[in-house]
Design a protein around this ligand. Structure first.
Ligand code: NAD
Ligand code: LMR
Length: 330
């Protein structure tokens, strides 16, 4: 067996936690030869419920599960971890935008950034809790000793949603869709880039000739899918979010094959797309395969349609950054 991987999950007793933890413990993400040590972190009031989830995980008899610890604070819960899956935070309700949650959730990521700085070093951080790009920015600013490149936010759910919509429209299996990059914010301004995606190796626009559908129905369906789910279920997406979080970690664990990419929100370097440096912005990225190194895909030629959409999502992220400026350590 390899060295154990230590994975912290905040909000472990919540609905995403319940769909996520079992799959991490099962060996699906880090492999059959890697023992998994889980660090479940919850608010004190939810620790008992978390204990119940931990009992169920044990009862699955996963051979890869090495141990489970439960914490009500992040200084202890983040000690020596390799992955921090930051889910714990309030979800939005009907009629809200995700960034309406900034004032409720932002402070959580100030404390978690500080705890990561104290307790962990060789760690990759994935923020799921909304608004996830800006929460990741807050955590990163409060964690000066860990490189900004280790902080990500999840837009894999948006990529998966976009692929599913294209597959349905084209009448093909979702496995036929590749290189669907999400640009910008995990919000209703996100940009699902159909212009560089492929269906069965051909450009999407050669297979789906209805450009009006791509620019309107497809775009808004993907941008508003989270709200549609809340409207239908009365609660926000959970199993699909957990599944996307698993996909996100898996993508960073394997070297992305030549010519392919996936979506993740990472720290902008300012080049080559003129996104303000430091913003946690979703780009098409390629993993170097060691779980932490990645590159932003640099050679995507953007049409004026895509550039206008990307400008709008950039503006929104800059406005979010302005709202939380007091939480950002310079
Ligand atoms: P939930 O309410 O079911 O669970 C959240 C859990 O977090 C609760 O158990 C709560 O006790 C815990 N929690 C709250 N503050 C905490 C803190 N400071 N430390 C540790 N735990 C804390 O919510 P959920 O459905 O699991 O969603 C969690 C978050 O994920 C929400 O913000 C939601 O909007 C977001 N989300 C993001 C995506 C995405 O694609 N990025 C997708 C779905 C949901
Ligand atoms: C989603 O996209 O489903 C999540 O971000 C939850 C939400 O509030 O939409």
């Amino acid at each position: 067996m390899k060295k154990p991987v230590r994975v912290a999950v905040t909000g472990a007793a919540g609905q995403i936690g319940y769909s996520l933890l079992f799959r991490i413990a099962s060996g699906e993400v880090f492999g059959e030869d890697t023992p998994v040590q889980l660090s479940l972190i919850e608010l004190p009031a939810a620790v008992k419920s978390c204990e119940g989830t931990a009992m169920e995980i044990e009862d699955c008899g996963f051979k890869t599960l090495d141990k489970i610890d439960i914490y009500d604070n992040t200084d202890a819960g983040f000690n020596g971890i390799n992955w921090a899956l930051l889910v714990g935070s309030k979800p939005r309700g009907p009629g809200m935008e995700r960034n309406d949650l900034i004032r409720d959730n932002g402070h959580i990521f100030v404390g978690q950034g500080k705890s990561l700085n104290k307790a962990a070093s060789d760690v990759n951080i994935v923020v799921v809790g909304n608004p996830c790009n800006t929460n990741s920015l807050i955590a990163q600013h409060n964690c000066k000793d860990i490189p900004p490149t280790r902080f990500t936010a999840m837009t894999m759910l948006d990529e998966n949603r976009a692929k599913a919509q294209l597959a349905k429209k084209a009448g093909v299996g979702v496995g036929q869709i590749a290189n669907l990059g999400i640009w910008g914010n995990h919000s209703s301004t996100m940009v699902p880039d159909f212009e560089h995606a492929t269906i069965g190796g051909k450009p999407v626009t050669d297979v789906i000739k209805d450009r009006n559908w791509l620019e309107t129905t497809f775009f808004t369906t993907v941008q508003k899918r989270g709200a549609a789910i809340i409207e239908a279920r009365g609660k926000s997406s959970a199993a699909s979010a957990a599944s996307a979080c698993i996909d996100h970690v898996k993508q960073f664990m394997r070297k992305t094959p030549q010519g392919e990419w996936f979506s993740a929100a990472v720290a902008s370097t300012g080049n080559p797309y003129d996104i303000p440096p430091g913003l946690i912005f979703s780009f098409p990225v390629r993993s170097l395969g060691d779980g932490k190194g990645y590159e932003i895909v640099k050679d995507v030629k953007l049409s004026s349609f895509m550039r206008d959409k990307i400008a709008a999502t950039t503006k929104e992220l800059m406005e979010e950054r302005e709202v939380v400026k007091n939480m950002l350590v310079k």
